[in-house]
Structures are given as C-alpha cells and as structure tokens.
Design a protein around this ligand. Structure first.
Ligand code: ZN
Length: 498
C-alpha cells in the first residue's frame, strides 16, 4: 500500500463515520424537538441499523491493517494525521476487545433503560429501575475490563470520559474542595439569604424567547451557524464547526432557568464552532473531553454569566423585555438573587457553591458500585445518607433523590466528575485570562469578544489534537484545584459579607 493511498482511505473512513454520526444526531434532534409524540419506534429501528453499520464499518479487520500501516509510517505524518491514527487505533483496539454480541446486547439494554428510568422517576419507584441498573452496572464492570484490564474497573471508566483522571486524582481533588466548600457554605447559611422572589414572577415565554435571541447575540453566536430550539432538557448538538444546535426550556415562573441554560449551552456551542477547519470530518473534530467541554459551558454560565459586570451589561435590556417583572429591581439585586447559595436536592438547579457537593455524592456511589462494595439495592439509602452528610438535606423520595439524573440509564458511569472538574478548570482559565488581558472592562459593556478570542485560541481551535490535561495545561498551567476554591471563597465572601 502506498502512503498516499492509505491517507486517502483514512480520510474516507472518517468521513463515513462522520456521516453515520450526523444521521443519528439528526434523528435524535428530530425526536426531541419537532417529531410527533408517538413516532419513537421508527427512529429506534433506524438508529439500531445505523449503530450496527457504524460498528461493522469500524471493526472491519481492514481498518486495523490500515491503521497499523499508518502507525508504522507515523514519522512521515503531519501532527493532526498522526494524532488521528493514534486515537483511532485506541478506539479500534478497544472495540475489537468487546465481543460483538455483548456490544449489541448492551445497545439494546441502554435503549430500553431510558424508558424504564423515566417511568421509575415519574412513579418515584426505585424498585422499577433496580433490575435494569443492576444489568447496567454488571455490563460496565465487564466493559471496564475490556477498556483496560490493568486498571481498577472504575478507573478504566473514568479514563473514558477524562483521559488521565483516576480515583486517586479525584479523591484528592474532591477532598480539597470539600475542605474549603463545606465551612464556606456553613458561614453563608448563617447569613440572611438574598431576596430572589422576583425571579419567580410570571415571565411570558414569548418575551423569554426574545431574551434568548438577545443573549445569543451577546455571546457572539452567529445564527446562520447555530440555532436555538426548545426541548424538555436543554442540550447542545454539534454536527461540525459550521452547524451546531442548542436547546433550552422555558418555565414561566423561573426565568433564570432558561437564561442560564442558554448561556451554558452557548458555551458548549462556542467550543464546537471554534474548532479548526483542518480538523473537520475527522475524529479530532469535537471537544476533547467532557471535563474540558464543561469548563467552557460553565465558564460562560458562571464565571461570566453570574458575574456582576455581565449582569450590569445585560440588565437594561432585560428590563425592556420584562418591565413589570423587574420593576424596582436593580442589577445588583439580580446578581445576588442568581447567586443565592442554598443546599438543595436537585443537581441541575444547584448554585455554583453547592454544585460540586452534588457531584461528590454521585462519585462516591459510582466508585462503590463499580468497585463492588455497594449493591444496587442499597443505592437509595446511601444516596439519602450522603445528601444529609454533604448537603444537610433530607431526601423525601427517589424521584428527587437517586432517580433524578438520566446518566446511569444511558450507561454513563464516570461522567459526573467531569462537571466538577470543568468548573475547576474554568476558574483557573479565568485567573490566567485576567493576567493576560482586561476581562471585566469589556464584559461590563456586554463585549465578550476578548473572552471568546482567548478561549478560542487557547482551547477551542485545538479540538482533540491534544490530551485533555494538556489542553488545560496549555491554557492555564498545571491543574490546581485550590484556584477554584479561592475563587469561590472570594466570590461568596463578597456576596454574603463574610
Ligand atoms: Zn454542559
């Protein structure tokens, strides 16, 4: 085989893989937005076929031969191509280790598990979900062995979401955060809470839609490359760097929910839209890891979106969209309201200070479940005990407890820590950004172009070209969780006059 020919085949393979992903994503987008209610069955059939074809395409021994050939010639490859070969070989070897029948059985299981979970959550009945969760845990323990049999199973799973991260790393990370956050939270709780009652007034959906359009403009999201839709749960779906979709959900009595969903998903979208052209339609055209992705979404949502300068910048417009609802409210009061810290039951509604404590509960449970020291039947009890211990709240039922998140039903074990890591990465990026440029002057005028350019240059454009830890290091030096703890301490000490 000639090198030139091999490179053409590599490009063709990746374009085909892109096409399958794009087709599956289109079906998902349709199913969650405009498709009529009782039409899931047909899409399920199509998705099953696409998954099978994708598996067949990539697990073909000829792909292995092609990758081996290119790897043998790696010294003659330019960096992006060499990296593509390296990544694809890793995925190929992994996929080949999973027996095809187990792979398909697992695909069917995760497909059904979503429905079972939804029903269990609605009925607030963990027993309904339990048998499925037992199977999912067993599969994941088995798959962890295929991923990397030299690692403890949970370490192997963590590595899939954030390469290089393991339990030793996370134990230290979470211990640092807990040590700093818990006393801070106690001090905050001693203080009078800010008034946030005006956030619960009636905010008509139409006005909220116009406000979303305005926010996208402030974020610098070009509507000819990024649209906003409405779904039950907000998400970001990327096709390529010229086509990204975000969604939100409007609650009339909870205006900040959509406001911060749009900014959060907008942060994910900025990342995908900022990935270099030369990486498009390859396996490197996407955010490098869940943790780095969350660092971008949570950067815009919290570090920028929940800052006083940003709120001061957008507040005059907000008053135009919601004149009655915000009558008599100042930007400063709004800032305090959206930063109100309060231990609560639901992770996705948690404030910036308590958020990581929610993640820690899930981390502890996953660690024990996959490590084999916790039986699935004991999950609710452990969940409730840890919520009491970490957050001081009593969990009234499983729907607001261990059934609240969809992740486990999708077979994702090891994903949750990415949320906390992302928050911490972001805080460190902000520190370095502040050293490089005037962040807050322009932000207080509603100009985020400097922030976007900095993140674009340091993080976005690289896509999957570097390891996640190297992307973080490249942007802001070796990772140090105390920077995030310092940030929280400073912010909440000022907010609550501690
Ligand atoms: Zn996110």
């Amino acid at each position: 085989m000639e090198l030139k020919q091999a490179l053409d085949r590599l490009a063709e393979l990746q374009r085909k893989m892109y096409a399958y992903r794009a087709a599956s994503s289109s079906l998902y987008l349709d199913g969650t937005t405009v498709a009529p209610k009782d039409t899931a069955e047909g899409r399920g059939v199509a998705l099953g076929v696409l998954a099978g074809e994708q598996h067949k395409l990539f697990s073909d021994p000829q792909v292995g031969e092609l990758l081996d050939f290119l790897w043998a010639h790696r010294d003659g490859l330019d960096r992006p191509v060499r990296r593509q070969v390296e990544e694809l070989r890793r995925s190929y070897d992994q996929l080949r280790r999973i027996p095809a029948d187990e792979y398909m059985e697992y695909a069917v299981l995760t497909n059904q598990a979503g429905d079972v979970w939804r029903r269990a959550k609605e009925a607030s009945d963990f027993q309904l979900f339990r048998p499925v969760l037992e199977k999912l845990v067993a599969f994941n323990i088995k798959f962890a062995g295929y991923y990397d049999s030299a690692k403890a199973p949970y370490d192997a799973l963590l590595n899939e979401y954030e390469r290089g991260v393991d339990m030793a790393y996370l134990d230290k990370f979470f211990a640092t955060l807990r040590e700093r956050i818990v006393p801070l939270l106690h001090a905050v709780m001693e203080k009078e809470p800010p008034d946030d009652s005006f956030l619960r007034r009636r905010y008509p959906v139409d006005a909220q839609r116009k406000f979303s359009d305005y926010l996208m403009q402030v974020l610098g999201l070009d509507r000819s490359h990024c649209t906003i839709g409405e779904t039950e749960h907000p998400y970001t779906l990327e096709f390529n760097n010229k086509d990204v979709r975000i969604t939100t959900h409007y609650h009339e009595d909870n205006m900040d929910f959509s406001m911060y969903s749009v900014i959060h998903e907008g942060g994910h979208a900025k990342y995908e839209l900022g990935i270099a052209d030369e990486l498009q339609y390859t396996c490197l055209a996407g955010g490098v890891s869940m943790g780095v992705h969350e660092s971008q979404s949570r950067f815009y949502e919290n570090l920028i979106g929940r800052s006083l300068p940003f709120i001061q910048a957008v507040f005059p417009k907000m008053k135009e969209f919601f004149p009655e609802q915000l009558a008599g409210v100042t930007a400063e009061q709004f800032y305090r309201a959206v930063n109100k810290a309060q231990p609560s039951l639901i992770r996705t509604e948690a404030d910036e200070l308590t958020y990581c404590l929610h993640v820690m509960v899930r981390y502890e449970i996953e660690k024990q479940l996959i490590g084999g020291t916790l039986a699935v039947k004991d999950v609710p009890e452990t969940w409730n005990r840890l919520y009491k211990e970490y957050l001081g709240v009593d969990v009234p039922d499983d729907s607001q407890g261990c059934l609240q998140d969809s992740h486990w039903s999708g077979g994702s074990f090891g994903y949750f820590p990415s949320y906390a890591l992302g928050s911490a990465y972001g805080a460190q990026m902000l520190r370095n950004m502040e050293q490089d440029m005037d962040v807050w002057g322009p932000v207080s005028k509603g100009d985020l172009s400097g922030v976007s350019a900095w993140l674009g240059e340091k993080v976005h454009r690289h896509g999957g070209l570097m390891e996640p830890a190297d992307v973080v290091k490249n942007a802001c030096g070796p990772f140090d969780p105390t920077v995030f703890a310092d940030y929280l301490e400073k912010k909440y000490s000022q907010l609550y006059a501690l």
